[in-house]
Design a binder for this molecule. Structure first.
Ligand code: DOR
Ligand code: ZN
Length: 353
């Protein structure tokens, strides 16, 4: 049967391997969206202050669980997988404690100044070598925001340069370290991951599969299409779509859904991030359909990620129906609103709950 003309898709429940849920009231607003679609989500640690210790990760996990709607709670339902925020001062003892806790599944590298709440991030990767050595030994993955931060480097080149300046030397020094190149946005990154060893993988967002930089800049600046790494040229979008829908098991779903209030986005200095968790799998389905590769969606959304992390796949399935629906103009966030991707516009797939 031609999967690209079907009106219903049944796939193993997906996981989101890169998600921002913030904290406090904002967290309560956004966690249910992911909990109803995904079995698990890797929860990013870039809060203020950041999640730098296992104890903070434990408290944060509890906060996420408290915001998970009751019927979705528990090990067979939605599980938040916690991460630590790597700093210049993260010790190998902290890494061991995180690993032993059983609740920390990865450590996130933000180059200092690269993106939202990255001020406490890494200033010199060499300072992290004791922690990285321990992670390599334990098999604890390093999740990388892959952009250089030097002010003289053009923002559209920052990911490509990161490969040469940071990733290659890092891999040279830690050949066995499990690395996820997060939210890749360029053909260069896709090629780098495809050609790399089995311990190098990548997440790809739905928005980078669906949009290029024209969607942010043509016909007026669209602050809700601004994220980091920033949208790139069409040729890069096509390369990402090709990688995501290929047979290569190194690419998997990570929405990077990153809610910011409407005020903080529609601002003379707007924040980076798109809110997509409300329709994550539907947006990916649209992208895969466009690539005539709906039959590859399940591998990307539900199989490749667990395989890389050494976890079981989810045991239940979800159903997507070909059904057009109009995205609300906004969703509540804290005491204001978040503007979702495609606000007031149509999405062509719908998950059945
Ligand atoms: O667009 C982004 N938003 N990119 C990031 O790296 C961080 C994220 C956020 O936390 O808002
Ligand atoms: Zn992110």
């Amino acid at each position: 049967m031609d999967k690209n003309s079907v009106s219903t898709i049944n796939i193993i429940r997906p996981d989101d391997w890169h998600l921002h849920v913030r904290s406090g009231e904002s967290l309560k607003s956004v966690v249910p969206f992911t909990a109803r679609q995904c079995g698990r989500a890797i929860i990013m640690p870039n809060l203020t202050p950041p999640i730098t210790t296992t104890q903070l990760a434990r408290d944060y996990q509890q906060e996420v669980l408290n915001a998970t709607p009751e019927p979705l709670k528990g090990t067979k339902k939605f599980q938040p997988l916690m991460t630590l925020y790597l700093t210049d001062n993260t010790t190998k003892e902290e890494i061991q404690e995180a690993y032993d806790s059983g609740i920390v599944f990865a450590v996130k590298l933000y180059p200092a100044g690269a993106t939202t709440n990255s001020d406490a991030g890494v200033t010199d990767i060499k300072k992290c070598y004791p922690a990285l050595e321990k992670m390599q030994l334990l098999g604890l993955p390093l999740l990388v925001h892959g952009e250089v931060t030097q002010s003289e480097i053009d923002i559209f080149d920052r990911e490509k340069l990161f490969i040469d300046k940071v990733l290659n030397p890092l891999i040279n020094d830690f050949p066995e370290l499990k690395i996820v190149f997060e939210h890749i946005t360029t053909a260069d990154a896709a090629d780098f991951v495809s050609e790399g060893s089995a311990n190098i993988a990548a997440t790809i967002t739905a928005h980078h599969l669906l949009m290029n930089r024209n969607d942010m800049l043509v016909g007026g600046i669209k602050p809700h299409h601004y994220c980091l790494p920033v949208l790139k040229r069409e040729q890069h979008r096509l390369a990402l779509l090709q990688a995501a829908s290929s047979d290569n098991i190194k690419f998997f779903m990570g929405t990077d859904s990153a809610p910011h209030s409407q005020n903080n986005k529609e601002n003379s200095c707007g924040c980076a991030g798109m809110f997509t968790a409300f329709a994550a799998i539907e947006l990916y389905a649209e992208a895969f359909e466009q690539a005539k590769a709906l039959d590859q969606l399940e591998k990307f959304s539900s199989l490749n990620g667990p395989q890389f992390y050494g976890l079981d796949i989810n045991t239940d399935t979800i159903t997507l129906k070909r059904e057009s629906w109009v995205v609300p103009e906004h969703y509540p966030l804290d005491d204001g609103y978040v503007i979702p991707l495609r606000a007031g516009q149509t999405i062509h797939w719908k998950i059945e709950i």
